[in-house]
Structure formats: C-alpha cells, structure tokens
Design a protein around this ligand. Structure first.
Ligand code: FMN
Length: 317
C-alpha cells in the first residue's frame, strides 16, 4: 500500500505527478477491469480509456468504463490538492479519433487542500458486498451526502419503505432477466477469479451463485439496508459519464470518511426494459447510471488488488 511519506517533495514535478497515480489506480471499476491508461510528460498527465479492458457485452457503449475513468479523475484531483500541486483540468476530444480524455496540466506554485479527509479516504474505500448493520443513518448526514457538485448529476435517496419495496422488486426482476442472457453471463464468468491473491484484476468467484438465491438475497438487501442512492444524469454523453464517475467517487469517499459502507445493484441499469421502469418509478430526469446500497458495515472486506502502475503508463518525455 502506498505511503504518504514517500511523496517526492524535493523531486521533479514529473516524479510528483507519477506518485499521484498510485492513488489514481485505487479507483473502483466495473469487474475491477481497470480500463484506463496514463500519458505522462514533464508537467502533465492525460487520463485515457483503455479499450483492451472494455466489457462489450455488459457495457456496450462503454458507459461504465467512462464512469470508472471519472473515479480516477477524482482521485488525481484530490491527491494533487493534498500534496499542494496546482493544475488545470481539461476534457479533450481528439479531432481525428474522437477519443475523449482528461488532461491535468500542472503549474508552478503551491495550494492548500480543502479536502484532506476525502483524499485520506482513498486508501480505505472498498466495495462492501456484505450485509450492513440495522442502524439508521442520520437524516442530516443523508442530506449532505446526497448533494452532487455536478449540475448534470443527481443523487436520489431511497429510504422510505415504499421506495425500498419498489427498488427491491426491480432488483429482483433484473437479476432473473440478467442471468438468462448467456452473453452477459459468459462475459462475467471470464472475469471471475478462483484465487484473488494471485490475480490483480477481476472478481471473487463466489459472485456467481444460484440465480434465484442471488435475486432473493439482493432484493432483501435493498429492504434491509438503511439507504440506497440512485445516481442519475440528465444526458448521455462521454463527458457526462466521466462527470458521473467523478461525482460518484466523491460520494464513495465521503461515505468511507463517515464510516459508511457501500455496494452496487447495477443489473437494473444494464437492462433497458428494467431501466425504463426504474427511471419512471423514481421520476428521474434523464437516466439512472448507478445504484448504490449504503449502511454501517458488519464486516470489513479485504481490498481488491490492482495491476502495477507501470502497466498503465506511457511516458512521453
Ligand atoms: C461503474 C462501476 C460499476 C460497478 N458495478 C458493480 C456491480 O454491478 N456489482 C458489484 O458488485 N460491484 C460493482 N462495481 C464495483 C467493482 O466490482 C469494484 O469497484 C472492483 O471490483 C474493485 O473493488 P474495490 O471497489 O473494492 O476497490 C462497479 C464499479 C464501478 C466503478
């Protein structure tokens, strides 16, 4: 695990930027696919999608891939601020390839971080798929957590019994439908790992269990968790998906900071028929992008591994 004190305070700007990337790669990604790469120069880093790790069946438009990229972008921003580095962040589209990327151009000077707690949460954030405690979350805390800093990204909280029942039904239906689509199941199976201690990507093999049991378990988890949050955005574009990922990662880090665990129910979003019902049921402007379950943890799960930083890096200087 990366240590704060290893930051090369007296090193070149390039070495400092490279150090930040150790925090960038701790971002979450669908199936822990880690679909990103970094182009490093003496004073900038560009975050790019890496389509070698796309998941064409479950994520044909690369929507989740770009959300994962957004989470990386948040980690870089927070790490740069924490270590006092000043930067301009720009969303770029390559005119030839139409490839979208995000560039951090660093400048001389120092800043003081306003978000140290969020930065410090990066190394503790994990996806926690266990049951949560039967303990309410303070309403004011929920309010503050569900404020998004991005105008096109909205967080809808679900904690009334009626809303939980509606969501639980959709989660149940989506599980049954999802596991009847062999192309989705085959792709998921290709990401399962029997021994995560020797693999640096993918999911634990017990993610794939009896379908009815999984559907029932997840439906019950919606009911028993004190809170779920639907993250939605008003339009569908690559830039918006990146913004969803940025906003989502800030939320995940806030939750971590307050000792709250989170996990995902994304099957309803991945199936168009269920997604339409979800958007209507919760009167979402635009469309749902992610569904999270939130609560106080009963168990602290181990952190999942990442590929080594060198595998993501292209050095251009
Ligand atoms: C866009 C996105 C979609 C995800 N979808 C799911 C999901 O449907 N179910 C799930 O259990 N985890 C989901 N995850 C969590 C990833 O599996 C998890 O981030 C990855 O395995 C790395 O583990 P970590 O979050 O503990 O670091 C998703 C993560 C992202 C960023």
């Amino acid at each position: 695990m990366i240590k704060l004190k290893l930051f090369p305070k007296n090193g070149t700007l390039k070495r400092q930027i490279k150090f930040l990337l150790n925090y960038a790669i701790l971002a979450p990604s669908g199936h822990n696919s880690q679909p990103w790469s970094f182009v490093l120069t003496d004073n900038s880093v560009t975050v790019l999608p890496n389509f070698n790790y796309s998941r064409p069946m479950v994520d044909p438009s690369n929507r989740e891939l770009y959300i994962s990229l957004g989470a990386v972008v948040t980690n870089i921003s927070l790490a740069a601020n924490y270590f006092g580095l000043i930067y301009d962040k720009k969303y770029l589209i390559d005119p030839k390839t139409k490839q979208q990327s995000v560039i951090f151009a660093f400048k001389n000077g120092k800043t003081i971080s306003q978000d140290q707690d969020l930065f410090l949460a990066i190394i503790n954030r994990v996806t926690n798929r266990f049951e949560y405690q039967n303990k309410e979350i303070d309403k004011n805390l929920i309010k503050s957590l569900t404020k998004s800093n991005y105008p096109d990204v909205k967080f809808t909280h679900i904690y009334s019994h009626t809303d939980k029942k509606s969501l639980s039904k959709l989660v149940y239906e989506s599980n049954l439908l999802w596991f009847h689509k062999t192309e989705l199941v085959d792709e998921l199976v290709s990401w399962l790992r029997t021994d995560l201690s020797t693999h640096r990507d993918g999911l634990p093999h017990n993610t794939f269990v009896n379908i009815i049991k999984k559907a029932q378990r997840e439906a019950n988890l919606v009911l028993s968790s004190p809170l779920s949050i639907i993250i939605s955005s008003s339009t569908e574009s690559i830039k918006n998906w990146i913004n969803v990922g940025e906003a989502f990662q800030i939320l995940a880090l806030k939750l971590t900071h307050y000792g709250l665990a989170h996990s995902y129910f994304n099957n309803p979003v991945q199936l168009i028929t269920i997604l339409k019902k979800l958007n209507q049921e919760f009167k979402l402007k635009g469309s749902a992008q992610l569904i999270l379950r939130v609560g106080y943890p009963t168990v602290k799960p181990p952190q999942s591994k990442r590929r080594s930083l060198a595998t993501f890096l292209k050095d251009m200087s």
